[in-house]
Design a protein around this ligand. Structure first.
Ligand code: SAM
Length: 238
């Protein structure tokens, strides 16, 4: 992959950048997303943030090679500490687990002025992100689920607004687990993901039921049953 031949996953992230975006890509690795966004005029300025030296150097080299140093600032730092409050119109965080993305947002929330669009692409556990967004008064504006190279990814787009709006007509708990927009659409990727998860949960449930009925196992069974019920409800009601 490179800036010209960007993954379908990152191209979809770039599709949601606001017009003439000035954005920060946190955990940018090779800075492929900022380079692509500038080259294809999806953004006018970008910050590539990286906490790790190896990826930071890759990002610097990539930006320099493409002579994009005037448009892309590569900065070392943990999460949102690389931006000044009010500096960007959007933040992208892609290719990490949902819990890590949520913790980056939470640790750096004082850096967000409130007008930024957040475009978040968790590889797993999107629930943590939806929960954080809900608690912080962000409204989900759209969601995408896609498959690439046998892996399923979700993209969540949020802005400050009415956090309850996307969950109208459904339980917030169910919506946070599967995504309110994705649950309404129920495309084939969504159905494959959650059918597989449901099967996996049923298998674990079977194993726990065969094990000793300890308090811990009873608790796990309770949590699992609650999730299984939510999924069955979502997948049948559609
Ligand atoms: N965003 C790219 C993508 O979607 O292909 C790269 C994803 S890569 C798996 C995750 C990158 O995030 C790594 O380069 C890692 O060093 C960086 N990272 C992890 N935690 C971070 C943090 N708290 N702040 C900045 N970068 C971080």
């Amino acid at each position: 992959m490179n800036e010209m031949n960007l993954s379908k996953r990152l191209k979809r992230v770039a599709d949601f950048l606001p017009k003439e975006a000035v954005f920060a890509d946190i955990g940018s690795d090779h800075a492929y997303l900022p380079c692509y966004a500038i080259l294809y005029q999806k953004a006018v300025k970008a910050i590539a943030g990286e906490v790790t030296d190896g990826p930071l150097q890759s990002a610097k080299q990539q930006v320099h090679r493409l002579e994009l140093d005037a448009q892309i600032s590569v900065r070392k730092g943990n999460g949102l500490e690389v931006i000044e409050q009010g500096e960007v119109s959007a933040v992208t965080i892609a290719g990490m687990g949902g819990a890590l993305i949520a913790s980056i947002l939470n640790e750096g929330k004082h850096k967000l002025a409130g007008h930024e669009r957040l475009i978040l692409q968790p590889n797993i556990h999107a629930y943590h992100i939806r929960l954080w967004l809900y608690q912080e008064g962000y409204e989900l504006m759209d969601e995408v689920i896609l498959e690439e190279d046998g892996k399923i990814y979700e993209i969540i787009i949020a802005e400050k607004g009415d956090q309850d709006k996307p969950y109208e007509g459904m339980s917030v708990e169910a919506g946070m687990l599967v995504g309110p927009f994705l649950a309404k659409e129920q495309n084939h990727v969504f159905l494959r993901k959650w059918m597989q998860e449901l099967q996996h949960m049923e298998n674990i449930k079977g194993q726990i039921q065969k094990a000793a009925p300890t308090e811990e196992n009873k608790e796990r069974l309770k949590e699992l049953n609650a999730k299984i019920n939510i999924l069955k409800e979502v997948l049948t009601v559609g």
